[in-house]
Design a protein around this ligand. Structure first.
Ligand SMILES: Cc1cc2nc3c(=O)[nH]c(=O)nc-3n(C[C@H](O)[C@H](O)[C@H](O)COP(=O)(O)OP(=O)(O)OC[C@H]3O[C@@H](n4cnc5c(N)ncnc54)[C@H](O)[C@@H]3O)c2cc1C
Length: 264
């Protein structure tokens, strides 16, 4: 690895200031994605501003209608949280299915959504549940946060502090995983709240997306059979040695039906 400056942050404000002063600096969360990209020379930050000492960025709180998860909360903590399991079991299931035990013990929700890997699980979790991303500067609806392949709505120097989820009436998660990495080949989060239905898909395109035709059908009849005949076109879907575009298109309907059946 090449030389860089390691710089533990004492506060979110200080971290943001360091990023503003050094345009090539980057924040370090779990390091599960950032360190491999550095080792592969796909990124070469001048400074790593470490968020791991900022306890205020970690933890889970539940009020009557909102679940809030700090940006530095590890996947394993989300999966094991009684609050998450009680309020949004589908989200606990999502977190518990990420990677392996080592990845879940280090990787964070903030790092996952900021990296915005096209096969990551949390983007579908946030969009499918209508979450809001809170940053050092503003609040961003999940629908606007994920922009494109490895790209988010964050400004340079902007740090994610937490994510809040409205507690849905019901939600379900279903993932067809790559058996080696556990990344999603296709995964779907479905939720219903006050009659408003969301269906969000990850793994199938360059970025998470919603399927409005399925949302409409499920608004009329919230059952797997309501979306039986709804197929997403294979055009523009990911096509690689794990699964071709036609297969991913088929999986979207299958995973969406399973997510509806799993709703609780
Ligand atoms: C073997 C393996 C298997 C995996 N399997 C899965 C899987 O099945 N599903 C899945 O979803 N993911 C999977 N992952 C990815 C994993 O979830 C990572 O934890 C995640 O992508 C990055 O989180 P991190 O905390 O490690 O972030 P880091 O690697 O530290 O950071 C990632 C990026 O986000 C930025 N960043 C981090 N935190 C913040 C913040 N608070 N504000 C602003 N920017 C920030 C960093 O600067 C960096 O650019 C896997 C990873 C590995 C290595």
């Amino acid at each position: 690895m090449y030389a860089f400056t390691y710089d533990p942050a004492a506060s979110v404000e200080e971290a943001a200031e360091k990023l503003r002063k050094s345009p090539d600096a980057n924040v370090l969360a779990g390091g599960m994605s950032l360190i491999p990209t550095m080792k592969l020379r796909l990124s070469s930050p001048s400074d790593l501003v470490d968020l791991n000492g900022l306890t205020e960025l970690s933890g889970i709180t539940l009020t009557d209608d909102t679940l809030t998860i700090g940006a530095m909360t590890r996947h394993a903590e989300v999966a094991a949280s009684a609050d998450v399991q009680g309020a949004i079991p589908a989200l606990a299931e999502l977190a518990g299915g990420i990677g392996d035990v080592q990845v879940r013990n280090r990787g964070t929700i903030g790092g996952s959504i900021c990296f915005n890997d096209p096969a990551a699980d949390y983007p579908a979790g946030l969009v499918g549940l209508g979450a809001t991303v809170h940053t050092s500067e503003r609040d961003i609806p999940a629908d606007e946060f994920f922009v494109s392949l490895f790209e988010t709505a964050l400004n340079s120097g902007e740090i994610v502090t937490s994510v809040s989820f409205p507690v849905p009436d019901k939600a379900g998660w279903s993932k067809f995983a790559n058996l080696a990495s556990r990344f999603a080949i296709v995964a779907v989060m479905v939720s219903s709240q006050g009659g408003a239905v969301r269906v969000a898909v990850t793994g199938a395109k360059d970025c998470v997306f919603r399927v409005s035709e399925m949302e409409q059908a499920l608004s009329d009849d919230f059952s797997p059979s309501a979306i039986e005949g709804i197929n997403v076109a294979a055009d523009n879907l990911n096509d690689d040695h794990y699964a071709d575009a036609e297969y991913r298109a088929h999986l979207i309907t299958v995973m969406a039906k399973r997510a509806v059946a799993a709703c609780s």
